[in-house]
Design a protein around this ligand. Structure first.
Ligand code: SAH
Length: 220
C-alpha cells in the first residue's frame, strides 16, 4: 500500500510518463494514452521498485523476467488496433500490466504464463483492480490455447525465433498478431495480418525482449 503523498507523486509521474515517453514519441491512439494514464503501474512491480514504476525502462519482476518499458507496451498495444470487441490471446502474462491494458481495451483476454508464481501474483493484482474479463492459463503458451480459438488479436510479450505456426492457425480471419521476432539478443517488432489465409508482415522497430521458452520458442 502506498500513502497519500506517495500516491499523489506517482499520479504526477504517471501523467509525465504519458506526456514525455508516449506522446513525446509516436503513441497517438487516444484509448491507449487514456488507459495508461489511469492504470497504477506501481501495483504491478515489486514493492521495492514502486518508486521507479514510471521510469523509461524495463524492471525486474522475479524469476529472471521483466515488466516491459512503458513505451514498448504502448507501442505493441497501438499496433493491435483494438476497438473494444476483440478476443485477445496474450502469451507472457508476467506482471499482468499489459494484460490489464488489453482487458481495458478489448472484450476478453486469454493470457498464458509459464511461471506459476508470476501468473498467481498477476491474478491477485488484476482481481483486486476489478478485472473480470480475463482467463488465465499456466504453462507453455508457444502453441497457443486451441480450445479458446479463434482470437481476433494475439500478442507475444516474449521473443520468438519464428512466429509459431499454431498461433497463425488460431488467429481469426482479419486478425492481427504482434510479436518480437529474432535472436535471443535482438529482435524486430513485427505486425502480422491474416486475410483469407494470406499472412502479411510489417516490421515496426528493433527491440529486445526476454525469450519465449517452449516448444515453438527458444530451448530452455
Ligand atoms: N507483459 C509482461 C511482460 C513479461 S516478460 C509484463 O508487462 O509484465 C515475458 C513473459 O513471458 C515472462 O513472464 C515469461 O515468463 C513469459 N514466458 C516466456 N515463455 C513463455 C511461454 N512459452 N509461455 C508462456 N509464457 C512465457
Amino acid at each position: 500500500m502506498v500513502g497519500f503523498d506517495e500516491s499523489k507523486k506517482l499520479a504526477h509521474e504517471r501523467a509525465a510518463m504519458v506526456r514525455s515517453h508516449l506522446q513525446g514519441r509516436d503513441i497517438t491512439d487516444p484509448r491507449v494514452l487514456n488507459v495508461m494514464g489511469r492504470l497504477p503501474r506501481e501495483a504491478f512491480v515489486p514493492p521495492s521498485y514502486a518508486a521507479q514504476a514510471y521510469a523509461d525502462n524495463p524492471l525486474p519482476i522475479g524469476v529472471g523476467q521483466t515488466i516491459s518499458q512503458p513505451y514498448i507496451v504502448a507501442l505493441m498495444t497501438q499496433c493491435l488496433k483494438l476497438s473494444g470487441s476483440e478476443a485477445v490471446l496474450e502469451i507472457g502474462t508476467g506482471s499482468g500490466y499489459q494484460t490489464a491494458i488489453l482487458a481495458s481495451l478489448a472484450q476478453r483476454v486469454y493470457t498464458i504464463e509459464r511461471f506459476h508464481e508470476l501468473s498467481e501474483s498477476a491474478q491477485a493484482v488484476l482481481s483486486r483492480l476489478g478485472f473480470d474479463n480475463i482467463e488465465y492459463y499456466i504453462g507453455d503458451g508457444s502453441a497457443g490455447w486451441p480450445e479458446k480459438r479463434p482470437f481476433d488479436r494475439i500478442l507475444l510479450t516474449a521473443a520468438v525465433p519464428h512466429v509459431p505456426a499454431p498461433l497463425l492457425d488460431q488467429l481469426a480471419d482479419g486478425g492481427r498478431l504482434v510479436a518480437p521476432v529474432g535472436t535471443e539478443g535482438s529482435q524486430m517488432l513485427n505486425v502480422l495480418e491474416k486475410k483469407q489465409d494470406h499472412i502479411s508482415t510489417k516490421s515496426i522497430c528493433g527491440c529486445r525482449f526476454v525469450k519465449l521458452v517452449g516448444q515453438y520458442g527458444f530451448p530452455e
